[in-house]
Design a protein around this ligand. Sequence first.
Ligand SMILES: [Zn+2]
Length: 324
Amino acid sequence: MNPNFSRRTALFGGALALGAPLLNARVAIAQESETPKVALPSFYDRMVGDLRVTALVDGYFDLGRPLITNATAEQIDTGMAQAYLPPGDLIRLPISIHLVHGPDGITMIDAGSGSAFGPTAGRVAGALTAMGIDPASVTRIVLTHMHPDHIGGLLAADGAAAFTGASLHVHEADLKFWTDESIAASVPDDSKPFFGLARGVAAAYGGRLAPFSGAADLGGGLSTLEAFGHTPGHSAVRVSSGSDQLMILGDAVAIAAVQFAHPDAGIAFDADGAQAAVTRKAIFDMVSADKIAVAATHLPFPGVGHVEKKDGAYAWVPEHWQVM
Ligand SMILES: [Zn+2]
């Protein structure tokens, strides 16, 4: 963990002091979604060696521009224009999760939003049903971090575990932070639900919680990589089979239109924005040098591709759809 990390920095210098903008962003979602569109389940299958990996859409949210940190208005405008995004105050970001179909069953990387993130997200359960996957057949869930759009889907409507046969793997620093009652008691009221949801998840999964630390080998071709900054224990997940790899980056990068060209730019939900930027650049350097394919939760779906070094920064190269 970054030795400079402190609760005060995390809580009052980072995302959680910005509960009001979060609420504003969500108001924008609600207003735009008075007549929610019905979306068919959307997923993308690709192979990583012998392992089938499925990216699955949980839904989306509209990120308010004020929540982009450490970037100028011009940098954001230019990035949006170059991505042919409509100009305005909102950038629509998908939420995706990943399934790894291994010989020992299905491992899920993150769980989507459930009911925690408004009416535009929470489609994972329906998509699993459409794919013929019984939630009870998911044997493992690995979390990149414990934000609501990644853990809300772990709980059924009654607060019980939605995945009754799965072990739940999360970095011990994230689990410790988000379930700490004294930290929760010290944050503004509109940030308390983040902690309440994490505590609910920890209670629901109880003895099936499996905290990890460092670069953990989880078996079945999955290992983790500490990628701190966005949250205190944020981790990437490496899927390996033979000589093939896919790095699932969680929220180490989230805003494709801005953060490749300007990797110092962050998001107001970063617990430690400076650390998150160092992490982002280190990961970009690694995956670009080694030509490792990456995926991330909020990149334009299916959010799988490569990172290239370009003009002293980076560029995103979406992969050609691997038709199967
Ligand atoms: Zn996220």
